[in-house]
Design a protein around this ligand. Structure first.
Ligand code: ABC
Ligand code: CA
Length: 485
């Protein structure tokens, strides 16, 4: 599927080992152990209804290839980011038939499959920590590379401001080095290009999340993307739009890390959180990224960062933050477990087993919240044929703890004040958003507000809850959303 196809979708990200089990058992899963807990592809198949019922029509799964076996100084490879043999699958997650079954089960439901892929490195346990590189590894394990000349000379990245270091030195440390592939070497390059082509075609993959993309030279990516032939979203872990921007030429887009940091900081520092920083970052992204911000992956949690609720548990603030990915220009991504209120902090605590929640959706306000946001975005797409190509804009507010985001037919009103606060937003007639006496519905509550005769709007919210307003007219033909409108 193309980038344009993906813009209509919303993505549920799972850590394959931690989402769902293939059989009926329900083992405990202690995240601090950094071990496989038993989730697999069959487990995901079993729980596709859970994902689809919350309104998602795509999933992103962990890397699928065989990883380093046994334990390492950083535990087991349960997350999938330590490839060892890229031509085999990770049998902890299932067989080739299981992965094909997952792909076809998704397609039967009209859903897309995004697979995480690692091209920057492969991993083998050091055979002897006192020996000197290149004698440190059994290269025959690293398939199909098999020899030290497929790798950059060992050095660990020490200076992230030195791009040559970032690209040609190694991630990890002497305990668990991530062997950095020589992606300047044409044999390695060709191997990777044909590998990705085959992977996508063998498993009918619809899109790729490209791990560690900033650790490979930019001009490696265009041919990688054309061999993939599907939507590619790059992990460029950086807070800086200008740094990330060039990667949106070789690959379709980037995970929206710069805005993520602004959003995380805005909502986890009480009312001193800087809401207008979000608008600044979005404007920079719209101006600097190829295709503006329309193809970015927009998220507020993932497997590398502490969950929102490890810092802030005020449910109003949590709901505000969770609203963000659904009302901006990018493709919304929800990290599994956020809908269940999970609170894990830094890696590895943020990789809790979802089966421990029982996949319960009753009396789960955040499940309802996400369901509504997904339904609202679908309604916005079908009501306004230019929704997906209209840039979000910001209506400036007098309070620094509020944000007003317009992306017609949405007007999203956010606040970081929390549940004991009240917030108000005003939209002047000069913003040109509405005509006089228009009725707008907050799809999160189904309450209505009406614009003044000049088209201006004043809204207040008690309890610090977010609002997602849509013209009543935009909801009139909607099946489920505030259906009495
Ligand atoms: C293991 C342990 C952890 C331990 C870590 C050092 O080693 O489990 O407890 O803290 C996988 C596993 C991890 C594992 C690593 C290393 O492998 O999932 O559990 O951690 O063995 C991707 C994936 C990630 C995966 C890998 C490796 C890569 O999403 O899950 O990790 O395939 C760098 C990479 C980035 C990578 C990330 C983990 O490390 O660039 O691709 N993620 C700065 C740098 C970033 C750097 C980041 C973290 O620090 O610029 O490049 O990411 O080290 C912003 C700044 C940024 C700054 C951030 C922190 O702040 O603008 O520059 O990022 O404001
Ligand atoms: Ca590299």
């Amino acid at each position: 599927a193309s980038a344009d196809d993906w813009t209509k979708r919303s993505i549920y990200q799972v850590v394959t080992d931690r989402f769902a089990l293939g059989n009926g058992s329900s083992p405990s899963c202690d995240t601090t152990q950094k071990k496989y807990c038993g989730g697999n592809w069959q487990g995901i198949i079993n729980k596709l209804d859970y994902i689809q019922d919350i309104g998602f029509d795509a999933i992103w799964i962990s890397p699928v290839v065989e990883n380093v076996q046994g334990t390492t100084t950083e535990g087991e490879a349960y997350h999938g980011y330590w490839p060892q043999n890229i031509n085999s699958l990770n049998t902890n997650f299932g067989s080739a038939d299981d992965l094909k079954s997952l792909s076809s089960a998704l397609h039967d439901k009209g859903m897309y499959l995004m697979v995480d892929v690692v091209v920057n490195h492969v991993v083998a346990n050091p055979t002897n920590t006192s020996s000197v590189w290149p004698e440190t590894f059994d290269y025959s394990l690293l398939q199909p590379f098999g020899a030290s000349n497929s790798f950059h000379t060992q050095c660990f990245i020490s200076d992230y401001n030195n791009q040559t270091d970032v690209e040609q030195c190694w991630l990890g440390d002497s305990g668990l080095p991530l062997l950095d592939l020589d992606t300047e070497n044409s044999t390695v390059v060709d191997t990777m290009y044909s590998w990705i082509k085959n992977l996508v075609s063998d498993y009918s993959i619809d899109g790729l999340r490209v791990d560690t993309a900033k650790h490979i030279r930019q001009d490696f990516w265009p041919d990688f993307a054309s061999n993939a032939g599907v939507y590619t979203v790059a992990e460029i872990l950086i807070g800086n739009v200008t740094y990330a921007a060039p990667y949106t030429k070789g690959l379709d887009s980037v995970l929206d890390y710069p805005t993520y940091y602004a959003v995380y900081n805005a909502f986890t520092n009480g009312t001193s959180g800087n809401m207008s920083a979000i608008a600044d970052l979005v404007t920079q992204s719209q101006n600097q990224y190829n295709h503006g911000a329309f193809y970015v992956g927009s998220f507020v949690e993932n497997q590398d960062n502490p969950r929102i609720q490890s810092t802030v548990t005020d449910q109003s603030i949590v709901k505000n933050a969770m609203t963000w990915p659904f009302i901006n220009d990018g493709i919304p991504i929800l990290y599994y477990g956020q809908e269940q209120g999970y609170q894990g902090g830094n890696d590895p605590a943020n990789r809790e087993a979802l089966w421990l929640s029982g996949f319960n959706t009753d009396d789960k306000p955040l499940v309802t919240h996400v369901k509504t946001l997904n339904a609202a975005r679908k309604q916005a797409i079908s009501y306004n044929s230019s929704f997906l190509t209209t840039k979000a804009s910001f209506v400036s507010q007098s309070s620094t703890s509020t944000l007003a985001v317009s992306k017609p037919p949405f007007l999203a009103l956010l606040t970081n004040g929390g549940s004991s606060s009240s917030a108000s937003w005003s939209i002047p007639s000069s913003a040109g958003l509405y005509s006089g006496s228009e009725t707008l519905v907050d799809v999160l509550t189904c309450d209505t507000v009406t614009t003044s005769s000049d088209g201006s709007l004043s809204v207040s919210a008690s309890s610090g809850l977010p609002k997602v307003l849509m013209p009543a007219e935009a909801l009139s033909k909607s099946g489920s959303l505030c259906s009495s409108q």
